[in-house]
Design a protein around this ligand. Structure first.
Ligand SMILES: Nc1ncnc2c1ncn2[C@@H]1O[C@H](COP(=O)(O)OP(=O)(O)O)[C@@H](O)[C@H]1O
Ligand SMILES: [Mg+2]
Length: 324
């Protein structure tokens, strides 16, 4: 049995089913991702696993403890970094960690050493006694990462760990997360709506849409399922071109957005001439490797960067291609 298992885990808010009958089995030591757009139910899943929110039905075990029967045991074994900043900015970094240590019952005598180790881990040594309000967004996130680990949890939940950070700072946070996994024996469950983040960090991931898992595997296996790399081209007659392209064996998917076609092509180097021949008049083209974005589109029919249902509605209007 995994370090986290969920059985039929469900959360309803009135009429809305935010998490719908979720079955997961997360192994010890892995970084497991929940990837999905805003409103997919990611935070609600984390909140239930962290015993901050009761499920409507179903249950889960975290570190071998049942979330309904032994919530306080679960809390002893987990660390959590919230989606929104949760450190106290009128306290210093050290004070924030000290309070956390006390709250989690870390013996007073060892808290100072834990704090030194924590600042070393996130490379903020020297800033311990500055007020958190003087930290940058990235530094504050790093502090919250270190705080989540201070009591040496078996499981660490990271809810959108790089939300709102600039690309460079985001990369630094990724490096810290990778370092944590290497140096500490901890299982990480992270949520994100950033494809690159899920791809880079996660051993396995579940793509979540409307509270349901639509696909679950390693990033590479998920990308392989899409059926080849993507050829993008601008054509003068997209609907006609899509119909012709669908007939080709090497084309596993073809979607049109206005006059741009996104075509998944197997063995692209070999098959490109056939694709050109079928597409008619082409004004522009490029080839790119499959991303998790394509996987998301493949399973949900819309782009993760579109907003949920609105994206799905837009999608209904624009799809002319057919999945094989
Ligand atoms: N406390 C709540 N009351 C009512 N609806 C909620 C509450 N929390 C979340 N929701 C709704 O549940 C759905 C999932 O939300 P959430 O888990 O925050 O998604 P995500 O973290 O993937 O963006 C959304 O439609 C959201 O509006
Ligand atoms: Mg969220």
């Amino acid at each position: 049995m995994g370090v986290i298992t969920t059985k039929g885990l469900t959360k309803k808010f009135g009429e809305l089913t935010a998490v719908d009958n979720l079955d997961l089995d997360i192994k010890e030591g892995e970084i497991f991702g929940l990837l999905g757009p805003n409103g997919a139910g990611k935070t609600t899943i984390i909140s239930m696993l962290a015993t901050l929110l009761d499920p409507t039905s179903g249950t889960a075990t975290v570190a071998n403890q049942d979330i309904l029967k032994k919530p306080s045991k679960v809390r002893e074994h987990i660390g959590i970094v919230f989606q929104d900043p949760s450190s106290d900015d009128i306290l210093t970094g050290r004070e924030n960690l000290y309070l956390h240590g006390l709250m989690y019952g870390v013996p007073r005598s060892i808290i100072p050493q834990r704090i030194d180790d924590a600042f070393d881990l996130i490379q903020l040594t020297g800033r311990e006694d500055d007020l958190v309000k003087t930290y940058s967004g990235g530094m504050r996130r790093r502090l919250e990462l270190a705080r989540g680990l201070l009591h040496h949890p078996e499981v660490l939940f990271l809810d959108e760990p790089t939300l709102g950070l600039d690309p460079q700072t985001r990369k630094r946070i990724w490096e810290h997360i990778e370092k944590i996994v290497k140096e500490r024996k901890v299982t990480i469950i992270l949520t994100t709506h950033y494809m690159e983040e899920a791809d880079r960090l996660c051993d396995r991931l579940a793509i979540i849409d409307n509270g349901k898992i639509v696909a679950l595997d390693t990033p590479n296996a998920l990308k392989a399922q899409v059926g080849g790399d993507t050829v993008q081209m601008e054509v003068s007659e997209p609907e006609k071109a899509a119909k012709e392209l669908e007939k080709l064996d090497c084309v596993s998917r073809c979607e049109a957005r206005e006059n741009r076609l996104d075509i998944a092509v197997k063995d692209v180097a070999q098959n490109l001439p056939k694709v050109f021949a079928a597409a008619g008049e082409i004004s522009n083209f490029s080839v790119r490797n499959t991303t998790l974005d394509d996987v998301f589109m493949h399973y949900t029919g819309y782009d993760i960067r579109d907003e949920g249902a609105e994206g799905a509605a837009k999608h209904m209007q624009r799809v002319v291609g057919i999945k094989k």
